[in-house]
Ligand binder design. Sequence first.
Ligand code: SF4
Ligand code: SF4
Ligand code: FES
Length: 579
Amino acid sequence: MLFSIEVNNKVITAQRGETILECLKRNGVFVPTLCHIEGYSPTGACRICVVEVEGRPDLVPSCSHPVEEWMKIKTHSPRVIRARRAIAEMLLSNHPDDCLYCGRNGNCELQNLAIDLNLREKRFSGSKNTLKNDYASVSIMREPSKCILCGRCVRLCETEQVVAAVDFIGRGNQMTIGTSYNHGLSSRNCHHCGQCILICPTGALSEQQHIAKVQEALHNPEKHLVAQFSPALSVGLNENLGIKAGKTADHIIVAALSKIGFSKVFDTGLATDLNILENASLLAKQIREGESMPMFTSCCPSWLHYAETFHPSILPCISPVLSPQQIMSVLIKKIYASEMRLRAEDIYTVGLMPCTAKKYEILRQEMLIDDLNMTDAVLTTRELARFIKLYGIDVNNIEPMLPHSPFHIRSTAAKLYGVSGGVTEAILRTVYFLLTGVELEPYKIGEVRSGSGPKFFTMEAGKYKVKTAVVSGMSQVQKLLKEIEAGKKNLNFIEVMACPGGCINGGGQKIGASDKDIKTRSKVLYEMDEKENIRVAHKNPIVHELYQKYFDAPLSNKAVEFLHRRRLEKKMEGNEQIL
Ligand code: SF4
Ligand code: SF4
Ligand code: FES
C-alpha cells in the first residue's frame, strides 16, 4: 500500500512495510549508514543513519524504523548533523589515524563520512585499541585497531558464508571482533572467500599482500617471471585503474606486465579449456554409465575447503580436476619450462585472480609437485591495479598486446568461468558434443545465466538427460546439500562458487562495487561469447596439440597425472601446516 510522507518539507511516496531508509533511498535522499547491509535485517548498531521525526523526542535510526503514514522527517536538520558528527567523532577517537598507510585510503567509508560531515579537527582522543594485527590466515589480514564494531563481517560470514569464522567477543568498551579461542583467522573454519573484506567499511580487513614477494622475484636476475590472468579479474580491473569499465583488460594486462619485466603473460583460459575437457569427459562417462552420484565442481578453493571441513562425506563426488589456475601453472612449470630449456625452480609463476582464496589454494599440499609450488604468488584484482601503478605504467597510453604464445588461444567457454552458471554452460557445451557427436545449437544456455537464486537446468542430449544445478554463496550451497542428502534432488552436475554471483564478485575485486558494476562485468564476458569464433573448449587447437603431445586423451593416465589433483582426501589441520 502506498501513502505520502513529508521529507525535508517535500511530499514523497512511501510503501507500507519498508524502512525509512529504504523509502529515502528509493526517493533519492541520501542518509549515511555504517552497520547496515542491504537485504539483511537491521541491527541498529551504529546510529549514524538517525533522522528527526516530528513529534518524537529522540532521533530514530532510519535503517531499522518502519515508515509510517503521519511522518514528517528531517534528514539533515542541525540536530541530526550534530548527532552524526558526534557519533563519527567517537568512532574516530580511538582510530589509529594512519590513513596515509592504509590500503583503504581514498576508498574508506569512515574516511568519507568524516569528509562529508566536515570534521576538520580531532576533538576527542580516546585510548587507542592495542589489539595486535592478525596474520594467521594465508589469505586474509585483520587489523582490529581499525575496526568500528559495525558487525557487518560477522553477519555476512554467518548468514551468507554460513561459517561464523568471526564474532563479537567481550562486552561494553571491551568488545572486539575476534575468532574462536582468539587463535587468529585460521583455516579451521574460515574458507578464505574474502567477502568480509568487500563488506568492511574500513581497513580492518584486507588480503594478505603478495606484491612485495612478486617485486622481489622481479628484481632477481635468476628468476623467469610468468603471469596468468583470469577472466573475472580482467573484467574487474579497469574499475580499479580508474578507466572506463565495461571492457576486458586482457590486452592492457599483457602490455603492462611485459613492460614491468614479465617474460610471458598467458590467458588462464587455455588451462580452463583443459579443465572443461577433463570435467566434461568425466561427466559424460558418468552419464553413460548411469552413475547415481552427482559430480560437484572443484575450481573454487573456498568451496573445496568448506566441503572438506563441514561435508567430508561428499568429497568423493567432487571433481578431481585441478582448477584452471593450477593447470596453467603445471603447464608453465612442466611443459613451457622443458620447451624453453628452463629449470622449473627458476620460473616464478604469478596468478592474477579476483579471489583471495587462490592465495590459500596455491599452498595446499596436493598442489606441490616434486616439492615445488606450481603457483608462487597470487595478486588479486586490487593488488594488480596497485602493482601496475607502482611501476608507473600509464594504462591510458599503452599499446595493447595479445597474450603470449605458446598458451595464447582459448575458447569463450573458458571466459564464462568468471560468472556463476558459466562453468555449467561451458562444460555442458562439450558434454553435449561428447554424448551426441554434434554441436549444441545454440551454444547459449540462458537458463543458467539469469537470477541470483539457485538455478536448475536439465539438458537433453540424444537419449540422455543431464540434470544440473548452479549455486553461489555458501548459504545456497548449504540448502542444496540438505535437499540432496534428504533425497529431494536428483542431479548429475552441481556448480558451486563461494562468492555470490561467482568470481566476478570475488573477494579480491574492487571494494564498494555496485550491483550494476558486477552485472557489467558479466555482460562483458557474455558479449565476448557472442562475438568470438571459438566458443567451445573442444575446438581450441592448442588443447588438441597438448593432448597429442603430452596428455594422450582426456582422462588418460597422463592427463590424470598432470591435470588432476593428487590427494583430495588429505585435509589440512590448520595454518601451521601450510606456512
Ligand atoms: S574470508 Fe569468508 S569465511 Fe573467512 S571470515 Fe571472511 S567471510 Fe568468513
Ligand atoms: S572488521 Fe570491519 S566489518 Fe567487521 S566489525 Fe570491524 S569494521 Fe565492521
Ligand atoms: S546504519 Fe542504521 S544504525 Fe547503523
